[in-house]
Ligand binder design. Structure first.
Ligand code: GTP
Ligand code: MG
Length: 492
């Protein structure tokens, strides 16, 4: 609200005051006009005083709202930062998490549709080059397969399969653009959800990854709009003929057939495309997810992939446990892609702790944004940059060696760390040896580069999609952060 403030008396007396001429009472002012002018000035002063009081109250509230604990989640793209944040939400704001679950339905559909498109891209005989995103493409593939000539028989079958599946699944492929449009439409703030490859505003190509700028706004907008249109229940969205569920329902059998096709699965293995490492989780759940009464479960939401752009702030009130009382926390979730990292530094100033995520299963993968760079190498370089940062010298760091579930699977499938990290040498290629080796490597980098030898470092092996184990780890992280910040905490 904009209100005119009363002009202090001394301003009118100053001969240099540019307002003086305007505010000076007219020379021929009658007693009645004078009375009205004085009354108007008194009313303006009351408004002005009320504004001053409101500002004072807001300042006090703002001061009170200043969080006791600020946590920054860092790590490369797809390291699991947003998933970790969802775990915090599940534990500390479960009601809000449940309320927002339905908003993830569109994202989950999008993840599924995207996986279908990636399978079709992979089996396509013409697409020997990498024309789709590289989230689950290994560095082996990058260096080896492009020069392998395709067997004419394989070429023929691939062309046939591609034509057959593309025809029956055309409505699913078309749905991708519609789902993205739907997500954008349901956001009040055009800046809030930015769908695209993360660098270009707006959706430009269906091959880029969709991204969200401010997750909380996007969810709130989507949830509220859905419910305000009275489409919160599964049966009522089924009644909406434009709802994406109809296309998915019609194409369910074709999708199941595609994912169950042995030739297709072999082709994916051959091309080392591991959909399980990105949004492929939903492929094993096609029947359930495309059902008309589908409502996302907690696990579905945890596994839904939506790239973060910018820095997203999430407030929590966290109990002090045995120490009694509550503390206010803010967790900042950042975009981890290379073009997003410039936004991190301003948050280093007064952060209380950092949770750094390094996806150690990614030792044989390359970055989506730069396919020349190995993901593990990028994580190690990023880790070194963070631990050597002087501004962060006194900030305790928690390291999540994440995606341990995928690391175990990968090693058991015979993928060798040595082929991607020569320094690993002839050590055993089992989970225990590899995870311990990587833990030491990250630990050493910290010890060699930290500007503060006294700084505490907490290392955890994590699979942040696992609710039970992550809840235990978060509890121990929370205790450690509270203990380390005890001196500065104000109990609420
Ligand atoms: N299997 C498995 N999947 C994981 C794990 N952690 C994260 N994911 C999945 O990996 C994908 C990427 O996780 P996000 O949390 O979106 O990654 P992010 O670090 O926020 O990525 P940006 O927003 O791009 O910076 C999601 O589909 C997650 O479900 C894990 O420990 N195991
Ligand atoms: Mg994220």
């Amino acid at each position: 609200m904009v209100a005119a403030k009363s002009v202090p008396q001394n301003r009118r007396l100053s001969s240099n005051d540019p307002f003086e001429a305007v505010l000076r009472p007219p020379p021929d002012e009658t007693p009645a006009q004078r009375e009205m002018r004085i009354l108007a000035e008194q009313q303006a002063k009351q408004v002005s005083d009320a504004i001053d009081e409101q500002l004072r109250v807001e300042r006090v509230e703002l001061k009170r709202a200043r969080p006791d604990v600020k946590i920054l989640l860092l790590g490369q793209s797809e390291s699991g930062k947003s998933t970790t944040l969802k775990q915090f939400q599940l534990l500390h704001t479960p009601a809000a998490f449940q309320a927002e679950r339905i908003a993830w339905r569109t994202v989950i559909y999008l993840n599924l549709v995207r996986s279908v498109r990636r399978i079709l891209d992979t089996i396509s005989a013409e697409r020997e080059e990498e024309t789709f995103d590289t989230a689950s493409i290994t560095s082996d593939r990058r260096t080896s397969t492009s020069s392998v000539p395709t067997d004419p028989e394989i070429h023929r079958i691939a062309a046939e399969k591609h034509t057959e599946y593309s025809a029956v699944l055309a409505p699913v492929l078309e749905l991708e653009g519609r789902l993205i449009h739907r997500l954008r439409e349901d956001d009040d703030d055009d800046e809030a959800t930015r769908l695209g490859d993360g660098s270009t505003p707006g959706w430009s190509t269906p091959r880029g990854e969709y991204a969200v700028r401010t997750t909380s706004n996007w969810k709130r907008a989507f949830t509220l709009k859905r419910s305000s249109k009275r489409i919160p229940t599964s049966t009522s969205w089924w009644d909406d003929p434009s709802d994406p569920v109809h296309v998915l329902d019609r194409c369910r059998d074709a999708m199941v057939r595609l994912w169950g096709d042995e030739w297709v699965r072999n082709r994916l293995v051959e091309k080392r495309v591991r959909l399980q490492e990105s949004s492929g989780f939903y492929l094993d759940q096609i029947e359930r997810i495309t059902a008309k009464d589908y409502s996302p479960t907690d696990d579905d939401v945890l596994k839904a992939r939506l790239k973060t752009v910018g820095v997203v702030e999430h407030p929590f009130t966290i109990s002090m446990g045995t120490m009694r009382g509550n503390t206010s926390w803010v967790i900042y979730d950042v975009g981890g892609a290379r073009n997003q990292r410039h936004a991190w530094a301003p948050f280093f100033q007064d952060v209380n702790s950092i949770i750094f995520l390094a996806p150690i299963s990614a030792f044989d993968q390359v970055l989506t944004e730069d396919t020349r760079v190995n993901r593990l190498e990028d994580s190690l370089l990023l880790w070194r940059a963070v631990v050597s940062n002087k501004l962060l010298g006194k900030v305790p760091i928690v390291l999540f060696l994440n995606k341990c579930d995928l690391l175990r699977e990968k090693l058991e499938a015979g993928v060798r760390l040595k082929s991607h990290l020569v320094t690993y040498g002839d050590r055993p290629n089992d989970y225990e040896s590899v995870s311990k080796y990587l833990r030491n490597k990250f630990g050493q980098l910290h010890n060699q580069n930290s500007p503060n030898r006294e700084r505490e470092l907490f290392i955890h092996y994590t699979s942040v999609v696992d609710r039970e184990k992550t809840a235990q780890i978060i509890a121990s992280v929370r205790e450690a952060i509270l203990r380390l910040n005890l001196k500065t905490l104000r109990l609420m």
